[in-house]
Design a protein around this ligand. Sequence first.
Ligand code: L3W
Length: 423
Amino acid sequence: MQRPLTANIRPNAPPPDCAAYERAGGYQAMRRALLQMTPADVVGEVTKSGLRGRGGAGFGTGQKWSFVPKRKPGRRSYLIANADEMEPGTFKDRLLLEGDPHQMIEAVIVSAYAVGATDGYIFVRGEYKLAIARLTQAIGEAHAAGYLGEDILGSGYSLNLHIHASAGRYICGEETALLTALEGRRAQPRNKPPFPQVSGLWGAPSVVNNVETLCNIPHIIANGADWFKSLGRGADGGTKLYGISGRVKRPGTWELPIGTPMREILEEHAGGMQDGYQLRALLPGGASTAFLGADQLDTAMDYGSVEKAGSRLGTGSAIVLDDRSCPVGMICNLEHFFAQESCGWCTPCRDGLPWVERMLRALEDGDGEDEDLHQLQRHVGLLGPGRTFCAHAPGAMAPLESGLRHFRDEFERHVRERHCSWR
Ligand code: L3W
């Protein structure tokens, strides 16, 4: 099985330095792109590969890049790696950043060249201190090798690359809030359109891509779009970093062909459920995706199949709910997180999420009423898609809406028995 993204990553070993990365074939894609391909050739190859965003939304990468307007001489433009990994249950980008920082840097150089960016930023979660240290070291090595800065490899292309440590809010990972934060302002999302590709950082064309998405780029350029497509098991191309947390024997992250069924990830890679626990349901792609039931384990983990099953691939990092934990308590915990992380800009999100959390807490404490179930259902609509400024509150409604469907009897039991029997 081919694992291009994690080929250089060894558990508990330091990451390859520049020389070791090069011995493993690193920086060859950069040479090829900058010396033998035009930016349009690179965008064309990425579009042909069918690569879709690995951060949660799954937007076509080549399509996103194609929206960048033709570069005007003297005008700055930006390529930004979104490394603000804060989705509960998701720890895949951390593996790539800590385990192979030169892959991230090569990915940024090739992608920045493709979209004509003058500057690159890696916007990294502040708590990822080891990743920040390793990236800083690797950027120094790349500069010394002539891979960053002026006139890279004599190609005429120049790139400045900066690291920015996030101030620490979940919303900083939303691409427009990220741009506002990079500008040194309070991280509030902006209206889309205009999309960042047209008007982003300081009003200049800016492309924001997730770490895992970008790390695929050198491999697509080195091996071609057809090779990339052949890696997937279904309609999508490439591999995917899948993860599982919860009461499984071996929680972790694994690079597997995209489209691997959830059952295989859970049973073969995570070792199945811990002894004495059974799977009740799972959130397939992070906290802001809808529950899949235990009877949906054969769902292939690709964009279309997970959507058909009623959820989203999201980050591909699943959170498992077992049969000895309270679903209402789990959802309450998630909504506490989402309420705390609301930026406060729009009323439905700022006021609605704490209200949702309060009703769930009341159910857990034995103070819930039938009316609360009705109100929770109503809030699913009030905070749903199209009702708020950004995707934060609609994302928060995904586990609640699906939880109310999957665990209706549990919610009703909390009201009827006036306590949580799982405590
Ligand atoms: C030009 C159009 N560009 C969309 C671009 C847009 C963005 C990308 C996706 O949320 C989700 C969220 C989280 N012209 C375009 C266009 N674009 N239409 O495509 O955009 P969008 O709006 O579909 O999603 P988003 O606002 O970026 C991302 C979910 O991901 N999520 C969160 C994961 C969190 C992490 C983390 O912590 N690292 O990954 C998990 O499921 O809830 O729904 O670039 O500009 N017409």
